[in-house]
Design a protein. Structure first.
Length: 568
C-alpha cells in the first residue's frame, strides 16, 4: 500500500500519513531496480489476492493499482490507490505471508516486483531507504488492525469464551480481524443458523470464504495462512523453540549474522512479556513500552534478517541421538512434521501456575484469566475484580486494570510486595486509590455455573483465620511459574527438580557440556535461554541478553562441528 491520492479508506493520523505512504523518487526507484523484476499488468488484472501467499513488494512505475480489503462476508472497502512512485507491501510481505488486501490494476500498469527474499536484502543493503520501508510496512499493518476490516471475521455472542479466545490469539499475533455480534447483526445470526451452529458457537469466516465452527487456534491459523503446512526438509543452522524476548533475541542476532534460523511458538510471539501492559524498567524506554509493542518490533526485526517463523506450531519431542548422516537434531511437531537443525535453542519460557482451587478449569476463559489485555480490561469496566500474584507481571496488570475497573483487589500470600516486586511498581500501586492490597491471603473457592460463568470468589486471610467472599465476575491469576519443558523428555536434557533446564555450572560435573558455556545444556548443541533456564533472572532485559549470548556459543558449536566433519 502506498499513496498518490488523498482518498484513503483507512482513517489516518495526518502526522503519520507521509510515513505510512511515502512516495519513492526516481533515484530511490533506481536503487530498488537491482532487487526487482519488471512486470506488466493489463487493466483489471489482479496483482495480489487476500488470503493467498503474497508475491512481495510492487513498486508502481506507471499506471495505477487499486487496493481493497474484504472480510470474507462479501464486504469490500477501498484502502488506497497507488500511482507512480507508490509501493504495495506490509509486514507480511517480508516473509511471503498471505496478503491481507487485494490489488488490482485500475489502468495498464508497469511495476517492479521485489520478492520477499530480495525485499529483505534491499532493506539491509540500502539502510536509509530500508528504514523508511520498514516503518511504512509496520504502520500499514497497524492501520489494518485498527480498521478491523481485513483478515477473518469472527461471529458469535458477545463476550463468549470462544470468541474471546480467538480474538486474543489474533490480537497477540498482530493479525487484523473483524467481529460480528449475533445479537445485533441479523446477517451474522443468519449465517450461524445456516451452518447449523448453536447460539453459543463461534464461526470464523476466512478471507477465501471458508467457514470454521468453533475452530482451535491452530485450525484458524491454517485457514488464514498464518502458518504453512509444507514439510521443511532443509537443515537449519538453529531452531529456536519459543518466541518470547529470549527466543526473538536469539533469532535477530543469529539471522543478522547469516545463520539459517527457524523460530516456532505454540501460540504467539512475545511470551509472558507480550502480555505485559507496560514495562517501565526496560533500558532505553523511559516512558515505558508495552510488552506487545516490544515483542512486535523484535518479531519484524527477526524476519527482516531472514528468520523463518512457524506460529502457531508446538514442539512435541526432540531427538538428540544424532543418528542421521548429517548429525542433525530432530524436532517433531505436534502435527507430525519433523524439522532438522545443527543446533537448538530452548526458549519456551514458563507459564503461570494454576493454583489448586476447585473448579478452576471450569471457569478458565469464562471469568478466570492468565493475562490482562485490553480485551479483558474492557469487560471489567466499572466492575470489581480480583488479581492474584505478587510479582512484577501481577503489579503491571493491577496498575493497567485499575484504569478500567472500579476496584482491583490484589491478593498475595506473603505479608507484602517488597520481596517479589520492583519498587517503582509498589509505589505506583500504593498511589492508586482503587487498588487494595490483601496480604497473607489465598484464593480458596470460585462460584458460578455453566450458564452464568464466574459470579464470585472466596479467599482465606491466613493471618486472621477468616474467609471472605466477593461477588465478582473476573479473576486474574499471575501465580508463580512452571517451565514449558515436558516435550524434552527422552532427549537427555537435564532439568532441576521443578523442570527448569540446567545449564553451564549448574550441570553435574560429570556432564561433558558443563564447561562449554553458561547457556549450554547437558546435550551438546542444545542451549537454553530465558525463563526456562534454571537460575535465570526473570527479567526481559536478562532474557534478551541471554538470547544474544547464545549466538556466540552457536557459532562455536557450528565451527567445531564443521572442523570435525572436514577432517573425516
Amino acid at each position: 500500500m502506498s499513496d498518490d491520492s488523498p482518498e484513503n479508506a483507512i482513517p489516518l493520523d495526518p502526522s503519520r500519513r507521509e510515513q505510512m505512504f511515502p512516495l519513492l523518487d526516481a533515484a530511490e526507484i533506481a536503487r530498488i531496480r537491482r532487487f526487482g523484476m519488471l512486470l506488466h499488468f493489463t487493466r483489471g488484472e489482479r496483482l495480489f489476492t487476500a488470503g493467498e501467499p503474497g508475491p512481495g513488494m510492487f513498486v508502481v512505475l506507471s499506471g495505477a493499482v487499486g487496493v481493497t480489503q474484504r472480510d470474507g462476508m462479501g464486504h469490500i472497502e477501498p484502502v488506497v490507490r497507488h500511482g507512480p512512485g507508490g509501493f504495495s507491501a506490509e509486514v507480511g510481505s517480508l516473509s511471503g505471508r498471505p496478503a491481507l488486501v487485494d490489488g488490482v490494476a485500475e489502468e495498464d500498469v508497469a511495476a517492479l516486483l521485489v520478492p520477499p527474499g530480495q525485499l529483505r536484502a534491499l532493506i539491509i543493503a540500502e539502510a536509509d531507504l530500508g528504514e523508511r520501508l520498514v516503518r511504512a510496512l509496520i504502520l500499514r499493518r497497524v492501520a489494518l488492525i485498527q480498521a478491523g476490516a481485513s483478515g477473518p471475521v469472527l461471529i458469535g455472542p458477545p463476550q463468549s469464551a470462544g470468541l474471546l479466545r480467538l480474538q486474543s490469539f489474533l490480537d497477540r499475533n498482530g493479525y487484523p480481524h473483524h467481529l460480528m455480534d449475533i445479537t445485533r447483526d441479523a446477517d451474522a445470526a443468519a449465517l450461524l443458523e445456516q451452518y447449523g451452529a448453536a447460539a453459543a458457537d463461534v464461526l470464523a469466516v476466512c478471507p477465501d470464504g471458508s467457514v470454521l465452527i468453533n475452530p482451535t487456534e491452530t485450525q484458524l491459523a491454517r485457514c488464514i495462512g498464518m502458518v504453512d503446512t509444507i514439510d521443511h526438509t532443509e537443515l537449519f543452522d538453529v531452531i529456536v523453540i519459543g518466541a518470547g524476548p529470549a527466543g526473538l533475541a536469539t533469532a535477530v542476532y543469529a539471522a543478522s549474522e547469516g545463520l539459517r534460523v527457524l523460530v516456532l511458538d505454540r501460540r504467539a510471539f512475545g511470551g509472558q512479556a507480550g502480555a505485559s501492559a507496560r514495562i517501565e524498567n526496560y533500558l532505553g524506554c523511559p516512558t515505558g513500552i508495552s510488552g506487545q509493542a516490544l515483542a512486535g518490533r523484535a518479531y519484524v526485526q527477526a524476519q527482516k534478517f531472514g528468520a523463518e517463523m512457524l506460529i502457531p506450531a508446538q514442539a512435541q519431542s526432540l531427538d538428540c541421538s544424532r543418528q542421521e548422516s548429517d548429525a542433525a537434531l530432530l524436532l517433531t511437531l505436534a502435527d507430525g512434521r519433523q524439522l532438522r537443525a545443527k543446533t537448538v535453542v530452548i526458549a519456551t519460557g514458563a507459564r503461570y501456575r494454576r493454583p489448586a482451587v476447585p473448579r478452576l478449569a471450569e471457569f478458565e476463559g469464562r471469568g478466570v484469566w492468565y493475562w490482562a489485555s485490553s480485551l479483558e480490561a474492557k469487560m471489567c469496566s466499572q466492575a470489581e475484580v480480583l488479581l492474584v500474584g505478587g510479582g512484577n507481571s501481577a503489579g503491571q496488570a493491577a496498575v493497567f486494570l485499575s484504569r478500567y475497573a472500579a476496584k482491583v483487589n490484589l491478593l498475595v500470600r506473603g505479608p507484602g510486595l517488597d520481596a517479589s516486586m520492583s519498587r517503582y511498581l509498589i509505589d505506583r500501586i500504593e498511589a492508586t486509590p482503587n487498588i487494595e492490597l490483601r496480604p497473607n491471603s489465598e484464593l480458596t473457592q470460585l462460584h458460578g455455573d455453566a450458564a452464568t460463568g464466574l459470579t464470585g470468589v472466596s479467599w482465606r486471610d491466613n493471618k486472621h483465620g477468616t474467609e471472605q467472599q466477593l461477588p465478582l465476575r473476573n479473576v486474574f491469576l499471575f501465580v508463580g511459574a512452571e517451565p514449558e519443558t515436558g516435550w524434552l523428555k527422552g532427549c537427555g536434557v537435564a532439568t532441576d527438580s521443578q523442570g527448569f533446564v540446567l545449564t553451564g555450572e549448574r550441570l553435574p560435573a560429570s556432564a561433558e557440556a558443563a564447561a562449554a558455556g553458561a547457556l549450554q545444556t547437558s546435550v551438546a548443541g542444545v542451549f537454553a535461554v530465558g525463563d526456562v533456564r534454571s537460575g535465570s533472572v526473570k527479567r526481559v532485559g536478562a532474557a534478551i541478553g541471554e538470547g544474544a549470548a547464545a549466538v556466540a556459543l552457536i557459532h562455536q558449536r557450528l565451527s567445531a562441528t564443521e572442523a570435525i566433519t572436514s577432517s573425516v
